[in-house]
Design a protein around this ligand. Sequence first.
Ligand code: UTP
Length: 409
Amino acid sequence: MNFEQVKALLEKYNQAHLLKYYDELNTEQKKSLLGQIEGIDFELLNHVKKPGENVNRGEITPLDDAVSISDIENNRTKFSALGQNAIKEGKVAALLLAGGMGTRLGSDKPKGMYNIGITKDVYIFEMLINNLMDVVNQTGAWVPLYIMTSEKNNDDTIQFFEEKNYFGYDKDYIDFFTQEMAPAVSFDGKIYLEDKDKISTSPNGNGGWFISFVKSGLCEKAKRSGVEYINIFAVDNVCQRIADPCFVGAMIDGEYRSAAKVVSKVSPEEKVGVLCLEDGRPSIVEYYEMTDEMKYQTKENGELAYKYGVILNYLFRIKDLEKNLNNNLMIHLVEKKIPYIDEDGNKITPEKENGYKFETLVLDMVHMMDNCLAYEVVREKEFAPIKNKTGVDSVESACELLKLNGVTL
Ligand code: UTP
């Protein structure tokens, strides 16, 4: 597109301000800016005008089954053997979602590079690799590990893994790919400029992983080498078990189409997304979508009807994901602090949220699956997310839990 075409496009979407500094740019910057504008998915902006329009939910009902901690203990030998065989046969891969900006932690490096050590260096990425190594040691098989980054943190992430010699993992089994970006907008839907020649963008949410995985060619590579199951996990839970043979085995044993690690809620009010059914299909209802009636509803045995909180550790089958590739995921508007340049060309770093990022979420993929096994894990052993520096879900709270689990920090 030439300048005139881009200008017309922007006028159509009420975004002409993006060319405000065009005349000040050199030829290369001009070309780059026009290219960025051409790449914008302007349809996303409709979500700001009609917030919540695509969040009409179906009928939410409690899950009808789950494997509880005691069910798992009773079947551990069987489940573990099934899972270990699948891993030995190369059918299981792990995929780390590391494209997030980690703004709450407040480090300008990728979250996985954060050092949580006390007496020695212990990086978040290192903890995750150590956890996966336990499975490699148990099964004698390397689990292919795919790491999703974004254009904002890809180079730092790869360089860090190289510098640290992949923390002892076989690098032939690690592949990186980047997710796509989406524009960041003000509350009234104006796309921000991050610089005079640069549109403000941010990673398009962790639900973007599968499309980016396919586009990168890695999905094809995984299938060629016989991978059938993918364990998706977040960068910030340093205690989680990855490619856990017992989890994989439970899914295979029950012939489930997907599986989610869950923890029992500590209280009806706990702010956690809960696995449920939506129009009879698996789904996740966010805490702010639950009425008091739902929060306190109990089953005959006295347990909470909506009892199981998700911890961002899922198993999917590649073939089911492929079937749903063209089904659109819901777009979530997430309020964020977005650096921008103001009317006078000054760079502003806002102190409080000043706009939205557009994100799709991996949790919405569960609803595309015919069923989902809720697999209960012990919170104190497997759930130590690091979102903040201190307080709830923080470096502090995760370190406490790691120490209780015998990890030297
Ligand atoms: P969070 O929802 O905690 O987001 O991500 P975040 O961006 O890391 O952190 P804040 O909100 O800015 O503080 C949960 C998981 O999803 C990944 C994150 O890296 C983390 O593993 N993620 C998130 C992506 O891979 N891509 C995204 O676009 C967003």
